[in-house]
Design a protein around this ligand. Structure first.
Ligand code: 6PG
Length: 470
């Protein structure tokens, strides 16, 4: 019997769909799940694909079923479960076999696992897989970190199963060790910001203009034909149009306004802060999810302060599409700035144009907009920030006035728009040649003699307030 090309452990939603995708592309795959009945059922339900699937009841059987060097995908809960699986696999694998963590791992864990496997002969790949269940089954965006030679062994499989944009595979090797998982984390951070800004625009239409879900859904549906065309705008229109089978009401109206988060958005913010790169729209989006989880407290606060009863004029609708577009530019500029900084910090040499390209299809933030970003970075990869790419200077000049008007009107009306406001403030601060931190330097020197630079002389100086020598 021909050996399997690759193995996979963990037949949950993502793992089973990824395995079916691999089998469908003609790559024989050996599969294992801790619960054997799950493995058996998976192989049985695979229908016409079952002859490309080798169900294995033990890890030993799994290893034996794969063509050396053996790549084995782990699609298990991020964290300790990955370390447990690595420990189980080590005794049954041989030199050059490859363990591939395809979960949403924290890249720092991936870097640690790389180091722990050094000298064992085994190699490791940290692989970000984006696109949810649909993506896993029919074509995700795949962000690979690891040794290039390890990638070479699995490249045909990953290219075959990845999403395609105009025929180009949305799968790439991005750099060593944790590079792939880091990029996936920032993808999720951008996803949080994108989703939050969309929710803020929804809030303006619902609370500021009293529109119903169906009508709002039609507006998003229309925007999906223009510059905001993207998976998130598409599904927003679908979610808003969906009816609750139980009540017949728009399902969005019966969903509790308390957002979950598995942690990748938070990690994005932690790493941005650690790198010293402002990611204010992503930070605002994570904070907004935390505030949304404080439902009881918010109800009490509403009772204490009264309900914001905003009434906005219909003219604001004309600004919303461009406002969201400007917010998106700012948020994506932040995400790419964090990746640039990480690339320098960890010496990864992250290919920003490639990252934008493999995000054009398959992943949750997929959109034609990413093609524009790929072009911008392709023209000049040294551009310090997307906001300084010529194409984006033009777009931001056109779109930012609408963002400004929308943030101002929402603020006046008491409608929370933290991500849109943060995106605007980031833009305003970034393009302000003479900011106000001269006053902060004065304050710091006044109370702490921390010294300051002068605009008319070199070196460190102190102010004439007696707290430090001039
Ligand atoms: C993706 C998604 C996915 C994410 C879930 C839940 O790229 O396919 O981002 O990786 O884990 O969407 O994420 P949160 O619970 O953090 O929203």
């Amino acid at each position: 019997m021909t050996k399997a090309e690759i193995g996979l452990i963990g037949l949950g939603v993502m793992g089973s769909n990824l395995a079916l995708n691999i089998a469908e592309k003609g790559q024989k795959i050996a599969v294992f799940n801790r619960t054997t009945s799950r493995t058996t059922a998976f192989a049985k339900d695979a229908g016409a694909l079952s002859d490309m699937i080798v169900p294995c009841e033990t890890i030993e059987e799994l290893a034996k079923a794969i063509r050396p060097p053996r790549p084995i995908i782990l699609m298990v809960q991020a964290g300790a479960a990955v370390d447990e699986q690595i420990a189980h696999l080590k005794p049954v694998l041989q030199a050059n076999d490859i363990i591939i963590d395809a979960g949403n791992a924290n890249f720092r864990d991936t870097v640690r696992r790389f180091k722990e496997l050094e000298g064992t002969g085994l190699t490791f790949i940290g692989m970000g897989v984006s696109g949810g269940e649909e993506g896993a089954r029919h074509g995700p965006s795949i962000m690979v970190g690891g040794a290039e030679e390890s990638y070479a062994r699995v490249e045909p499989t990953l290219t075959a199963i990845s999403a395609k944009y105009n025929g180009e595979p949305c799968s790439a090797w991005l750099g060593p060790d944790g590079a792939g998982h880091f990029v996936k984390t920032i993808h999720n951070g951008i996803e949080y910001a994108d989703m939050q800004m969309i929710a803020e625009i929804y809030g303006i239409l619902r609370d500021g203009l009293g529109m119903k879900a169906k009508e709002i859904g039609e507006i998003f549906h229309g925007w999906n034909k223009g510059r905001l065309n993207s998976y998130l705008i598409e599904i927003t229109a679908n979610v808003l149009a969906a009816e609750d089978p139980k009540t017949g009401r728009p399902v969005v109206d019966v969903i509790l306004d308390r957002a979950g988060q598995k942690g990748t958005g938070k990690w994005s913010v932690i790493e941005a802060q650690t790198l010293g790169v402002p990611a204010t729209a992503i930070e605002a989006a994570v904070a907004a999810r935390v505030i949304s989880s404080m439902k009881d407290e918010r109800l009490k606060a509403e009772a204490a302060y009264g309900i914001a009863a905003p009434k906005l004029g219909k003219e604001v609708v004309a600004d919303l599409e461009l406002a969201l577009f400007a917010g998106k530019i700012s948020a994506y500029a932040q995400g790419f700035a964090v990746m640039s900084a990480a690339s320098r910090e960890f010496n990864w040499n992250l290919p920003l144009p490639t990252i934008a390209k493999i995000w054009r299809a398959g992943c949750i933030i997929r959109s034609q907009f990413l093609g524009t970003i790929a072009e911008a970075f392709g023209k000049d990869a040294s551009v310090p920030n997307l906001l300084m790419a010529p194409a984006f200077i033009g777009m931001m000049k056109e779109a930012s006035p609408a963002l400004r008007r929308v943030v101002a009107r929402a603020a006046e009306a008491g409608l929370p728009v933290p991500a849109l406001a943060s995106a605007l403030a980031y833009f305003d601060a970034y393009r302000q040649g003479r900011g106000t931190s001269n006053l902060i330097q004065g304050q710091r020197d006044f109370f702490g003699a921390h010294g300051f630079e002068r605009i008319d002389a070199e070196g460190a100086h102190h102010g004439p307030w007696g707290s430090g020598a001039e």
